[in-house]
Ligand binder design. Structure first.
Ligand code: 5GP
Length: 181
């Protein structure tokens, strides 16, 4: 089962994912191939596999990606073989994917649960972006209305007002969906 989490920049997707991973030993991060540079504190393969633009474009040509998008000027894509193998093994995979990539995956894979995380309000989101020292707030908010519109296509919407409540709700959704399959 693949659990996809989406939501606007600053809504807390990564914090939620890290907490869900800490609390559960049968959930893994889904790998992503990307052309962006590795940030300090990151390790290759966890979950980003870093490649050059040429290598990425070769993978597109060879049909090795189930989906890919350009986000903030870099390629990000989902490796077909690894994901299909893990899903066959009844693993639970979790990943933060943008709203367009989610639609492609939901169409192409059977076992997908889509969750959209919203802030309590746009003002709350702006406050969170400011408090984490974000300087390009306008750029990060530019997709907000589009993402809100796309949220209608998700199976679940969770409001991240209080972090603990959002984590509890998302864990419940994952467990319930896993029991059903
Ligand atoms: P970052 O570089 O900040 O870790 O991620 C940038 C954006 O890329 C995130 O908003 C995330 O949703 C998106 N992203 C990460 N992995 C994938 C992927 O495999 N496919 C797609 N379409 N988007 C991804």
């Amino acid at each position: 089962m693949l659990v996809i989490l989406s939501g606007s920049s600053g809504v807390g997707k990564n914090t939620v994912i890290n907490e869900v991973l800490k609390q559960s030993n049968n959930i893994e991060l889904m790998p992503t191939i990307t052309t962006r540079e590795m940030r300090s504190g990151e390790e290759p393969g966890k979950p980003y596999v870093f490649v050059t633009k040429e290598e990425f474009e070769q993978m597109i040509k060879e049909g090795e990606l189930i989906e890919y998008q350009i986000v903030h000027g870099f390629y990000y894509g989902t490796p077909k073989r690894i994901v299909e193998e893990k899903l066959k093994d009844k693993k639970i995979l979790i990943k933060d994917i943008d709203v367009d990539g989610t639609q492609v995956l939901a169409k192409n894979l059977k076992n997908v649960v889509t969750i959209f995380i919203k802030p309590a309000s746009k003002e709350q989101l702006i406050e969170r972006l400011k408090s984490r020292g974000e300087t390009r707030i306008d750029a990060r908010l530019a997709r907000y209305d589009y993402e809100e519109e796309m949220s209608k296509k998700y199976q679940y919407i969770v409001v991240n007002d209080k972090l603990e409540d959002a984590i509890e709700k998302i864990t419940e959704i994952i467990n319930r969906e896993y029991q059903k399959r």
